[in-house]
Structures are given as structure tokens and as C-alpha cells.
Design a protein around this ligand. Structure first.
Ligand SMILES: Nc1ncnc2c1ncn2[C@@H]1O[C@H](COP(=O)(O)OP(=O)(O)OP(=O)(O)O)[C@@H](O)[C@H]1O
Length: 599
């Protein structure tokens, strides 16, 4: 916690040094105002009782007015500073968080549920950092009030200071214990609330809307969501009851101690040991210290909770690289000879089964290689290894004879083009959906339309209500313009797939293009046309095509059949058919399907 606290202070200081410097000054002013008011009141009462002349009295009254005006203004300035500081710190920490996330060049960390949980909590920390600033400021202010009263009382009458301290003890003890319990509760309830949010998202989002309605399992999800909510509420109710009980006992005890103190002070005034002004100071100090302390302690609870969230934030921003980085990275040369996988073994983690069990494969430069195999054979995994999203568990991938671990991942990826099986449909305009393949082309109409033409989607995009600048989502509309078709459209599955292809084609002259089932969403005619275009575009570049439709890969220079984690068959289509192995069997099966359809 101390480490986190130090980091948070440094973060706040870096984000907004001037505002961060001003905040304690305001807290100091706000914290000491009640103490100064109590002092001035005590002095005025003592002067009154002693029958002092009007001038000093008027002076004290003027000072009281000035302090009252300051006390009225400071909270507004403080609120403005607090909100500003909170926003600046929030934006700064969000920037740092996602800069750190962007540095993770592999995928394994993102697929780890514990990391996902941590990232969510870290994001929460950045979103609520203004609360942390607020709590810290309020706590500082409360501490100053307590210290001011305590110092004044010690100077005035140490016995009185002792009585006030005694009045504060039950408050401190109970509030501290409650604060810890509340922080613990938030921690325990967090995962329950996240599960509730997950079910709510499924029930209200578009992703599962079709299946929920078709299969009718909305009620089942709702029950689960409500069960999570009930669990969280039950835990909170227990805490609320404990809170109410403790607070009642506490308030009673504090009132008793304060009342006892008051009796003692009254008797002391009567006996001449204290002045009437001292009595007013005593009353103000007891009330001020008790109020400030209970505030400080509830703010402590808030700070504790926020610091816990920031611990996750720190874990993410200080995490080391997820893939080993080369000490002296090599430049990635243009591919000349080819890519070689030598005895590559891979599994997603020690708990997962082996996916690749010693793959040996040479992808010669300038050839069209097709990768085929049954579901789960490891084809997409192999593509991900070529992009270095993971490192092989054993074995090596060579790029013109150089181990790809000696390159910076971003340099290697700059030479690749790919369409993944699970390509993304971005809720952006058509132009932006293509341009994310190479943001330098965002304003370059020729390149954008060229890529779209190649992917066979240009006519569709040109015909949209706002052409390439049409938003490809109905997500961001408010109620007022939802009937206006110009505000956004939804594409078909095949059209989206072509858009993803255009994104990959945008990158100029990649050394290796990988297409993982690029035509799965296309009709047969469109698929044929697409492959014709890809072949034309490929020119002398190396390509790796994954497809379950073997007719689409028969023209490849080299067909690789992946089975049981190894390369089971390798060769051109005629040779593989002649060999009569798995490829020949699958090809015959698919061909007979088409023949039957034709018949
Ligand atoms: N991120 C992952 N974490 C753990 N296991 C994974 C992950 N991705 C894939 N797998 C597993 O690895 C194996 C190979 O998956 P992969 O997607 O590479 O197969 P594929 O040949 O592309 O299959 P398909 O033809 O169905 O697309 C499968 O058993 C799959 O469950």
C-alpha cells in the first residue's frame, strides 16, 4: 500500500503539478478555518466578559467576518480544483495504462482471465481517481482541523485537551474497524458485481440477442444475473446492519463523553479554572474534532479502496514485456529466401494440450502456400506464430535464416499482411474500417478505393448514403436521428469480410500475406472472383491461404496438410490427389458434394 501511495502521489504530481501544489494550500485554509473561528470567538467572549473597549471587539468581529467569508469561498474553489485535478489525473493515468497495454506485443496476457480482471480494476482506478484526490484532500483538511484544535487546547489547558482526546477515542476505534471491513467487502463483492454486469451485457447487447431469442434462454441468464445481485446485496446488508449498530453505539458513547466533558468544563468555569471563552473553545473543539475525525476515517476507507484499485493499475503499468525482447534487435530484411519453421512445438500454456508437435515447413519466397486440415488442427495457431503473437514453446521460426525473436515484433509485423478468421468489424466509417490497415492512407482516396476494389467491395461502399464516410454501425445514434438511414448502415457478413480483406490489401507490398479463411462468408461465385483477384494482387509476394474449401486452394504452388500437430502431407494438388492420402480423401468428398448438387 505504501508503494502504491508513493506512486499515486508521484502520478498526481506529474499529471498536474500546479493544481496538485495548490490543493494542500486550500485544504490548509479550509482545515484551519474552524480553529481560527473558535479562537476568535473565545477571545471575543473573554473580552466581552472582561468589559473590554469597543475597538478591539470590533476588530475581532471584523476578523470573524473575514474568516466566515473565506470559509464560504474556499469550498467552491476547492471543489473546482478537485474536479480539475481528478480529471487531469484520470486522463494521465488512462494514457499511461493504455500505453503500457499497447506495449504488450503478444496475445497470451490478454487471454489470461486474471489479467483481464486486473485490467478492468485498473481502468476503474483511472475512472475514479478524482474520488481519491477528493478523499485525500478532505482527509488532509480534517487532519489539519484536528491538529489545530488539539494544539490550541494543549496551549490553553492540557486537561481540556485530554478530555477532548478521550471523547474522540471511541470514534476513531470504531470507524477504523468499519473502514477496514468496508474495504474488505468491496473487494469480496467486486467479482460478484462483475459477473452481474456480464449477464446484463449479454441480455441487453446485440452480440447474443439472436441466440437468446431463438433458444429462449434469456430467463435463465436473468435468473443468474439476479442471483449475483442478491449475493452482493446480502453481503452489503450485513455490512449496513453492522455499520448502523456500531454508529449508534458510537454516537451514544461520543455524546456521553462530550456531555461529561461539558459538565467538567462548566464546573471548571464556575471554580474559576477556565474562562467563559475557554468553555466556548472547548465546545467548538469537541464538536470539531469529533466531526473532523469521523470524516477523516471514512475518507481513509475511500482512500484504502482506491489504493487497492491502484495496486492493480500499478501491476499493469509496471509489468515487464510479455514476449522476450532482443537486446540488440536486427532490422527485418525484405524476404528473399523464405520462411522456415524448424521443429516447432506449441501449446497455449502448460495446462493446455500440445497444438503443434514438431512442425517442419519451408514457405519459399514468392510462392502461394495453402494450409489445410481439420477443425482444431492448428492452422490459425501457425498463422499467429508467424505474426509472433506467441513464441513457439520449442523450436524456431526463421525469416531468411534469422530467428524472428531477434526482430522487434512491430518491425516484423510491418512486413506482414493478414486477414484473421475472427476479423473485427469496427463501429467506424467504411473509410476508417479500411484505413486502420495503414493509417497513413486515411486521407488517400486512391489507396482506400484501390484496396476496396481489390477486395470487391468498392461498388457497395460507393453506393452507401454517405459513400466511404458512412458510419458502419447503428450503435451511436440517438433517438432523434434513428429513422435517418444516412446516419449509419449495417453490412452483411460477406460485405464485412471483403472490408476486412481491403484492410489487409491496403498495406503496400507486404512480404507475406496470410489469409485465414478469407472467403468463408462469400457465395461460390464471389469466392471464385475473390481468389482470381488475390492471385492477381499477389504478384511475386508470398502468401499463405487457409481454407476449408479445397477447390479454392487447388491452384496453390504448395498445399500443406496439418494433422495431429505435424505436417502430414505436402505438395501440389495433382501430387496430393495421386498420393491418395487425407487431402485426396477430403477433396473427393467435397467434389462429390458438388457433383451431387449439380446432378
Ligand atoms: N487462445 C487459445 N487458447 C487456448 N487454446 C486455443 C487458443 N486458440 C486455439 N486453441 C486451441 O488450439 C487448437 C488449434 O486451434 P486453431 O484455431 O489453431 O485450429 P484451426 O486448425 O485453425 O481450426 P479451424 O479449422 O476450426 O479454424 C484447438 O484445439 C483450440 O481449442
Amino acid at each position: 500500500m505504501t508503494r502504491t501511495f508513493r506512486h499515486v502521489v508521484a502520478l498526481v504530481w506529474r499529471a498536474a503539478p500546479r493544481t496538485a501544489g495548490l490543493s494542500p494550500l486550500l485544504a490548509l485554509t479550509a482545515g484551519l478555518t474552524p480553529v481560527v473561528t473558535a479562537w476568535l470567538t473565545k477571545l471575543a467572549i473573554d473580552d466581552l466578559v472582561a468589559g473590554a473597549p469597543a475597538r478591539p471587539l470590533l476588530g475581532l468581529a471584523a476578523a470573524l467576518v473575514a474568516v466566515a467569508v473565506t470559509a464560504a469561498l474556499v469550498p467552491h474553489c476547492g471543489e473546482y480544483l478537485r474536479v480539475t485535478l481528478g480529471r487531469t489525473v484520470g486522463a494521465h493515468s488512462l494514457d499511461r495504462l493504455f500505453t503500457a497495454v499497447g506495449r504488450f506485443s503478444g496475445l497470451a496476457r490478454f487471454e489470461d482471465p486474471a489479467f483481464q480482471d486486473r485490467l478492468r480494476l485498473a481502468q476503474q482506478a483511472t475512472a475514479t481517481s478524482s474520488q481519491l484526490v477528493d478523499d485525500a484532500q478532505q482527509a488532509l483538511r480534517g487532519l489539519l482541523t484536528v491538529a489545530g484544535f488539539a494544539g490550541s487546547l494543549v496551549a490553553l489547558n492540557p486537561v481540556m485537551a485530554g478530555v477532548v482526546a478521550l471523547a474522540a477515542v471511541p470514534t476513531v476505534a470504531a470507524e477504523l474497524s468499519l473502514a477496514r471491513q468496508r474495504a474488505d467487502l468491496m473487494w469480496r463483492v467486486g467479482p460478484v458485481e462483475r459477473r452481474e454486469a456480464f449477464y446484463a451485457q449479454l441480455l441487453g447487447g446485440t452480440a447474443a440477442a439472436k441466440e437468446i431469442r431463438l433458444f429462449g434462454f434469456g430467463g435463465w441468464l436473468r435468473d443468474r444475473m439476479l442471483a449475483e445481485r442478491r449475493d452482493a446485496d446480502r453481503a452489503k446488508r450485513v455490512m449496513d446492519a453492522r455499520d448502523a449498530r456500531t454508529q449508534s453505539v458510537l454516537s451514544g458513547a461520543a455524546a456521553l463523553v462530550a456531555g461529561g466533558g461539558l459538565v467538567w468544563a462548566l464546573l471548571a468555569v464556575r471554580a474559576g479554572g477556565l474562562t467563559v471563552g475557554d468553555l466556548s473553545m472547548f465546545v467548538a473543539a469537541v464538536a470539531g474534532v469529533q466531526a473532523a475525525l469521523s470524516g477523516v476515517i471514512s475518507q481513509y476507507a475511500g482512500i484504502h479502496h482506491q489504493l487497492l484499485l491502484f495496486t492493480h493499475y500499478l501491476d499493469v503499468v509496471t509489468a515487464g514485456p510479455d514476449l522476450p525482447e532482443p537486446d540488440r534487435p536486427c532490422a527485418v530484411p525484405p524476404l528473399r529466401d523464405g520462411i522456415e519453421l524448424r521443429d516447432v512445438w506449441f501449446r497455449y500454456s502448460d495446462e493446455h494440450p500440445w497444438v503443434l508437435r514438431g512442425v517442419n515447413l519451408h514457405i519459399p519466397h514468392g510462392t502461394a502456400v495453402a494450409l489445410v486440415g481439420l477443425n482444431g488442427a492448428g492452422k490459425s495457431t501457425l498463422v499467429k506464430l508467424l505474426c509472433r503473437f506467441y513464441d513457439p514453446t520449442a523450436g524456431t521460426v526463421y525469416w531468411d535464416g534469422v530467428d524472428i525473436r531477434r526482430f522487434r515484433p512491430e518491425d516484423l509485423r510491418a512486413r506482414l499482411g493478414a486477414v484473421f478468421q475472427d476479423y473485427v468489424t469496427y463501429d467506424l466509417t467504411a473509410r476508417e474500417n479500411i484505413a486502420v490497415g495503414d493509417l497513413g492512407a486515411l486521407a488517400d482516396d486512391e489507396r482506400i478505393t484501390g484496396a476496396a476494389r481489390l477486395a470487391g467491395v468498392h461498388d457497395v461502399l460507393r453506393g452507401l448514403p454517405r459513400g466511404y464516410d458512412t458510419l458502419l454501425t447503428r450503435m451511436f445514434f440517438d433517438h432523434a436521428d434513428k429513422a435517418d438511414a444516412d446516419t449509419g448502415v449495417v453490412l452483411s457478413g460477406g460485405q464485412w469480410q471483403r472490408l476486412a480483406l481491403a484492410r489487409a490489401f491496403l498495406r503496400e507490398r507486404p512480404d507475406l500475406v496470410m489469409l485465414d479463411e478469407p472467403s468463408a462468408g462469400l457465395d461460390a461465385e464471389a469466392e471464385h472472383e475473390l481468389h482470381r483477384r488475390i492471385r492477381r494482387h499477389r504478384g511475386r509476394h508470398t502468401s499463405l491461404l487457409i481454407s476449408h474449401r479445397l477447390a479454392a486452394v487447388r491452384d496453390a504452388d504448395l498445399i500443406v496438410v496439418l494433422a495431429d500437430g505435424v505436417v502430414a502431407e505436402l505438395g501440389a494438388h495433382p501430387a496430393l490427389v495421386a498420393r491418395g492420402g487425407q487431402y485426396a480423401r477430403l477433396f473427393a468428398l467435397q467434389a462429390s458434394g458438388y457433383r451431387e448438387e449439380a446432378a
